[in-house]
Write a protein of this length. Structure first.
Ligand code: 7RM
Length: 633
C-alpha cells in the first residue's frame, strides 16, 4: 500500500503519482477508504468528457457530516473543533468541541426538517462568519439538503439571482454582521432580495447582534425559538456518492454567474485527501484558513477538510486590518496557530502596513504557511516566508478553482519541491497538461500554454446547476476531451507549474472572480450609462484592479458625482466587492467594423503600456484611441 493517509517524502510522492496514472481506480479506492462509508461503492469511476459525465464511487453511500462529526465522537469528542475569533478583539473567543458541534448540527438539522426542508431541497445561506454558519451548512449536509452559500458581501440582486436560479425554498440569515468598524444589516438585504423571489417560503434568522429586525409573519422564524421545539437526535441521511452536496456560484466570462455543483462522495474524498497531504496535517494542529465560507476555499478548507481530519479550525469573523494591521498576527499568537492559509492580497496589504505589526507578536507556533486565490508575486512570497514564517515554515502556493473542488497543483508542505511564485507539481491523481492554440499537448519542460486536465478527479464539477450544456460548453468544448481551466501556465525546467493568470474575460480582484461582462452589465444599469467596457489591470494590493471605460448620455459636468453614482449602481447590482477602481468617461470605444470591442487596446491603456497599442487601423474609428489615451487615469 503506497498511500496511507499521507505522503511523507518526495519518493513516496513520485511513487503515488505513477501509481495513480497506471491504475487510477485502485489509487482512488485506497484514498476514499480513509472515509467512513455507510455502504461501499460498486464502481470507482465511469467517465466521459465528450459528452461530459463522470460518476465516482457509484453505489456507495456516505454522509459528509457524519465524517466531520460522528466519526470523531469516540476519540475526539472533547477536542476543540472550532475556535471562533470574533470581529472585535475585546469580545471573547469561543471554543466548540466536536461533541458540542455534533449536537448543535443535529438540533439545527431538526429545525430544518421542522421547517419543511427535505433531501434534495435547496437552501440559501447568507450569513456572517460565525459558528452558526458552520452549523447551518453541516445541518444541510446532514439531511441531504443542498446548500448554496452566498457570500455576505453580495447585494440583494445577486442573492435573488442565485436563489431563483436554484429555486431555493429556505433562506438562513442573521440580523446583521460586523466587519471591522462597519455593521451590515443582513436581514434587510434578504428582505429586499425576497421581493423578487417566489420560491422561498421560510427565512430562519439567527440573532447575532440583538438588532431585532422586523419579521415577516408566516415567513420568518427565529433560529433560537425554533431550537426550543426539537431534540438533539438526527441520524445522518445516507447519501448516494453522486447526490448533490452543494451549489456554489462563480463568475465566468459571460454575464451570469454559474451554479457549480459538487457531489457527496467525490468531493468528500478529494477534500480530505488534499487537505491532509498539502498541509501535512498532524493531530494537534491549530489550523486557520482566513477565507470566508462564502467562497470555495472556506467550504473545502475551513469547514469540511479540517473537520474530516478531526483537527481544530479557527473561524474569524473580522478583517485583517481591524482594529489594526496586526490583527492576523495577534490571532496566530493568541491561539497558537500552526498552519495558516491566506490570500496574496491579504499578504500584500499587511506587507504595506509595515513589519512592526508582525514583530509585535510571537509566531513560533507556525509550522506551515499557505497561499491561495491568485498568483503570489515573488516579493510577497519572500515577505511571507521571511517575516511570518521566519524562514522555518514551508510555503504552499495552492492552485485550484471553485470547479475543481480541491487543491490541484501545490507542493506538499516540507515534503515535495517548492519554489517562490510557483504552485509546484500536481497532487497524485491529478493529470494537468499544457495545450497550444490548436489544442495539442505541449510535451516536455520549460514550456508555456493553456492549463487543462486530461483525466477526471473525484471533486471535479459535475454540472452547472440547471444547465448541463453550459457546463459542457464552458469547460469541455474549447479543447475536446480536456477540462479547460481558463488559466495560462508555465512548466519550468523541473516540471513545476507557475500559474500566469486567466486567459479569458475573467478578472481576479483580491482573489474574487468577476466576469468583465458581469461588471459591464451592472454599470450599464445606471441611467446615465449608454455603454461600458471593463478590463483588469495590475494592482499593487488587489492583484488586479477593475478599470471601466464608460460612455454616458453626455460627458458629465461633475465626474466625481457620476462616479459615485456608478459605484452605487455596481454595489447594488453585484455587491461592494465589485466596485471599479477607475472609471474613465469616454465618447466612444475602440470597436472593429463588426462592432466587437477591442479589449486588447483598452487593456494596454489600463496597464499604461501606451507604446504598444498595436494595429488600430482596422477600427471603425481609429481616432477614438487618441481620445482614450489622452483621458487615461
Ligand atoms: C481557490 C480559488 C480560481 C482562479 C483560478 C486562478 C486563480 C487560484 C491560484 C490562482 C495562481 C494560485 N477558486 N488562482 N489559486 N492563480 N496561483 N495559487 O481561488 O474559483 O475563486 O478562483 O483563481 O486564476 O482559475 S476561484
Amino acid at each position: 500500500m503506497l498511500y496511507k493517509n499521507r505522503i511523507r517524502s518526495q519518493a513516496e510522492y513520485e511513487a503515488a503519482r505513477l501509481a495513480s496514472i497506471e491504475n487510477p481506480e485502485a489509487f482512488w479506492a485506497e484514498v476514499a477508504s480513509n472515509l467512513h462509508w455507510q455502504k461501499p461503492w460498486d464502481k470507482v469511476l465511469d467517465w466521459s468528457f465528450d459528452p461530459y459525465e463522470v460518476k465516482w464511487f457509484s453505489g456507495g453511500k456516505l454522509n459528509i457530516s457524519e465524517n466531520c462529526l460522528d466519526r470523531h465522537l469516540a476519540d475526539r469528542g472533547d477536542k476543540t473543533a472550532i475556535i471562533f475569533e470574533p470581529n472585535d478583539p475585546k469580545d471573547l473567543a469561543r471554543r466548540i468541541t466536536y461533541r458540542e458541534l455534533y449536537f448543535e448540527v443535529c438540533k439545527f438539522a431538526n429545525v430544518l426538517k421542522r421547517n419543511g426542508v427535505r433531501k434534495g431541497d435547496r437552501v440559501c445561506l447568507y450569513m456572517p462568519m460565525i459558528p452558526a454558519l458552520a452549523v447551518a451548512t453541516l445541518a444541510c449536509a446532514r439531511i441531504g439538503a443542498i446548500h448554496s452559500v452566498v457570500f455576505a458581501g453580495f447585494s440583494a440582486n445577486s442573492m435573488a439571482d442565485r436563489i431563483n436560479d436554484a429555486a431555493c425554498s429556505v433562506v438562513i440569515t442573521a440580523d446583521g454582521m460586523s466587519r471591522g468598524p462597519k455593521q451590515i444589516p443582513l436581514k434587510r438585504v434578504v428582505d429586499e432580495a425576497l421581493d423578487n423571489c417566489s420560491t422561498v417560503n421560510r427565512v430562519i434568522v439567527y440573532n447575532h447582534l440583538n438588532w431585532m429586525p422586523e419579521m415577516v409573519s408566516g415567513r420568518d422564524v427565529w433560529w433560537h425559538e425554533e431550537l426550543q421545539h426539537v431534540d438533539s437526535e438526527c441520524p445522518a441521511e445516507p447519501m448516494d456518492a453522486e447526490d448533490m452536496l452543494f451549489i456554489l456560484y462563480t463568475s465566468g466570462s459571460t454575464g451570469k454567474p454559474k451554479g457549480v455543483v459538487h457531489t457527496c462522495g467525490g468531493y468528500a474524498t478529494y477534500v480530505d485527501y488534499s487537505f491532509r497531504n498539502v498541509f501535512q496535517i498532524e493531530e494537534n494542529d491549530i489550523y486557520w484558513c482566513t477565507a470566508d465560507i462564502g467562497w470555495i476555499t472556506g467550504h473545502s478548507y475551513l469547514l469540511y477538510g479540517p473537520l474530516m481530519s478531526g483537527i481544530s479550525s479557527v473561524m474569524f469573523e473580522g478583517i485583517p486590518t481591524y482594529p489594526d494591521p496586526g490583527r492576523f498576527w495577534s490571532v496566530i499568537d493568541k491561539h497558537g496557530v500552526t498552519v495558516f492559509y491566506t490570500a496574496p492580497t491579504a499578504i500584500r496589504s499587511l506587507m504595506a502596513a509595515g513589519i512592526d505589526h508582525v514583530l509585535a507578536f510571537n509566531l513560533h507556533s507556525l509550522r506551515v504557511l499557505g497561499s491561495v486565490g491568485e498568483p503570489i508575486n515573488e516579493e510577497a512570497w519572500h515577505w511571507y516566508y521571511l517575516h511570518v514564517g521566519k524562514e522555518r515554515c514551508p510555503v504552499v502556493d495552492t492552485w485550484w478553482q471553485t470547479e475543481t473542488g480541491g487543491i490541484m497543483i501545490s507542493a506538499m508542505a516540507g515534503v515535495t519541491a517548492s519554489k517562490p511564485a510557483h504552485a509546484g507539481q500536481p497532487l497524485p491523481g491529478i493529470q494537468p497538461v499544457l495545450l497550444n492554440q490548436e489544442g495539442q499537448e505541449i510535451e516536455g519542460n520549460d514550456q508555456e500554454g493553456y492549463l487543462a486536465v486530461k483525466f477526471p478527479w473525484p471533486s471535479m464539477i459535475r454540472t452547472t446547476y440547471g444547465d448541463h450544456e453550459r457546463c459542457y460548453q464552458t469547460y469541455f468544448s474549447a479543447y475536446k476531451n480536456y477540462y479547460f481551466t481558463g488559466d495560462g501556465a508555465r512548466r519550468d525546467e523541473n516540471g513545476l507549474y507557475r500559474i500566469i493568470g486567466r486567459v479569458d474575460d475573467v478578472i481576479n480582484v483580491s482573489g474574487h472572480r468577476f466576469g468583465t461582462a458581469e461588471i459591464e452589465n451592472a454599470i450599464n444599469q445606471n441611467k446615465h450609462v449608454i455603454e461600458s467596457a471593463v478590463v483588469g489591470y495590475p494592482h499593487d494590493i488587489k492583484g488586479q484592479g477593475i478599470y471601466a471605460f464608460v460612455i454616458c448620455d453626455k460627458m458629465p459636468d461633475n465626474a466625481t458625482q457620476l462616479r459615485e453614482d456608478i459605484y452605487e449602481t455596481v454595489s447594488s447590482e453585484i455587491g461592494r466587492i465589485a466596485k471599479p477602481d477607475k472609471i474613465q468617461f469616454v465618447t466612444g470605444l475602440p470597436k472593429t467594423r463588426s462592432g466587437k470591442i477591442m479589449r486588447r487596446i483598452l487593456r494596454k491603456v489600463a496597464e499604461n503600456e501606451l507604446g504598444s497599442l498595436g494595429d488600430t487601423s482596422t477600427l471603425l474609428d481609429p481616432l477614438i484611441v487618441d481620445e482614450i489615451v489622452a483621458g487615461k487615469l
